[in-house]
Design a protein around this ligand. Structure first.
Ligand SMILES: *Cc1c(COP(=O)(O)O)cnc(C)c1O
Length: 441
């Protein structure tokens, strides 16, 4: 079995020695020159501003383009041009089985067995499809627990699923909010709400990392609590896949889905991904919406009336693979496979330590950091809550070639991505903010 036990590998990574950092461009450059992952930046196109690469902090929103994507796209166009329909079986990477290209590498990214993952559809579509299997409410067990302030698409999807089954979202959905005066959700509050809901609870559906605050949730703990009251547990990994260290299989997570255009660098609107735990993926009786691509591959083209389910996550596919929308994911996963999640985690930790250090050097910070500082509660995104002038600072950052993102009402998010960001990028952001703190607005 190709299950990689990432958490065991961590033990092998030398604990990062408590470094003495310096708030100087020379020190940042030194961190860059000794960075074991520095070569990976060369595999991406970095957008430019006035002839120089920008400091790109939006990998949490749209990851950068892997250079190899263009080559792969051209190969598919060539195979289509020269073979037409025969490309389904004769293309260099046959379209009939194109989605199989991803299973091993995606499984490694999310900590799953290859049979538990599939690249298909897009995120919100997958959320719906998986809820159709894992939200099967009864008159007494129908509640859903989710985080307050979840990404709007998730809120809409979950509410409409409650309505689909004839429930009022206001009574069926329990939202867990941060305590008064806090921006992030206390783990104990999640566990308590699950225990309180008890046998009325059908499903816990949480983000892995909250898109607004950057809080990384304890997915193993939430899953165990959901199972203890007989509920299913799923995660939206939009901001976690390719960012946080995940062990979905070992945590016993029932299902998860994600988009591939954020940390997975597969391009705007790229194919999404889904995970279904082996114990469910091999259960042919679990309800799902079906289509020919979920049919057993050996009989798919028999075109028979009877649906024979594939006993893997692939059994949730409905349509044939959108090949043109998958080529960049293929290019990007090559890079992930070569680098490996533990190495990414190590660089993410060091980058986070460097940011924390730099921000500790600021007098009169014009913002408050709302992302938890503990490393087990954050990925690489940092959310900065500005009191005033936030929008103006954001616009001026953009004009300086520092690409962050703005979330209403007053948050700037920055995500230094270990695959392609540099310590100099981080220093550049700090230097600009520190000047700003001093200058008058
Ligand atoms: C980015 C994001 C989405 C986007 O959904 P699509 O279906 O890919 O358009 C949904 N949910 C979360 C939590 C996200 O971060």
């Amino acid at each position: 079995m190709l299950l990689i036990e990432w958490h065991l590998l961590y033990i092998c990574i030398p604990i990062l020695i408590d470094m003495t950092f310096e708030a100087t461009p020379a020190f940042a450059a030194q961190l860059d020159s000794t960075d074991p992952l520095k070569a990976y930046r060369q595999h991406f196109h970095i957008p430019e501003h006035e002839g120089k690469p920008v400091a790109y902090f939006c990998g949490n929103s749209l990851g950068l383009q892997p250079k190899q994507a263009a080559e792969y796209m051209q190969e598919e166009l060539n195979d289509w041009a020269t073979m037409g329909v025969e490309g389904h079986f004769r293309a260099k990477r046959p379209w009939f089985s194109y989605h199989h290209l991803f299973t091993d590498r995606l499984a490694a990214v999310v900590g799953a067995l290859p049979t538990e993952v599939v690249a298909m559809n897009q995120l919100t579509v997958n959320l719906h499809l998986l809820m159709l299997s894992f939200y099967r409410p009864t008159a007494t067990r129908y509640k859903i627990i989710m985080e307050a302030g979840a990404f709007p698409s998730d809120q809409y999807a979950i509410a409409s699923q409650a309505m689909l089954h004839g429930f009022d979202p206001n009574t069926a959905i329990i939202e867990i909010a941060p305590r008064e005066g806090s921006y992030t959700i206390a783990h104990e509050d999640i566990l308590q709400a699950i225990a309180d809901a008890g046998d009325t609870l059908a499903l816990v559906l949480f983000g892995g990392v909250n898109y607004y605050t950057g809080q990384l949730f304890d997915m193993a703990g939430i899953t165990a609590a959901a199972h203890a009251v007989g509920a299913y547990c799923g995660f939206d990994l939009a901001h976690a896949a390719g960012n946080a260290s995940l062990s979905l299989h070992n945590w016993g997570v029932d299902f998860a889905c994600w988009c591939s255009y954020k940390y997975l660098n597969a391009g705007p609107g790229a194919v999404g991904g889904a995970y279904i735990h082996e114990k469910h993926a091999t259960n042919p009786h679990l309800f799902r919406l079906t289509g020919w691509w979920g049919n057993d591959e050996t009989t798919r083209f028999a075109m028979k009336k009877q649906f024979i389910v594939q006993q893997s996550a692939g059994g949730w596919q409905m349509s044939n693979a959108p090949v043109m929308n998958m080529v960049a994911l293929h290019a990007s996963l090559n890079i992930f496979a070569e680098c490996g999640m533990p190495a990414l985690a190590a660089k993410r930790t060091l980058m986070n330590q460097y940011i924390d250090f730099l921000f500790s050097q600021l007098n009169n910070k014009p913002f408050e950091i709302i992302t938890p500082t503990a490393s087990h509660q954050r990925g690489c995104q940092l959310s900065l809550l500005f009191n005033e002038n936030g929008k103006k600072i954001f616009e001026q950052l953009t004009q300086k070639g520092i690409i962050a993102d703005w979330r209403e009402p007053n948050v700037i998010r920055i995500a230094p991505v270990p695959l392609y960001n540099t310590y100099t990028d981080i220093y550049t952001f700090y230097a600009y903010i520190s000047e700003f703190g001093l200058s008058e607005l």
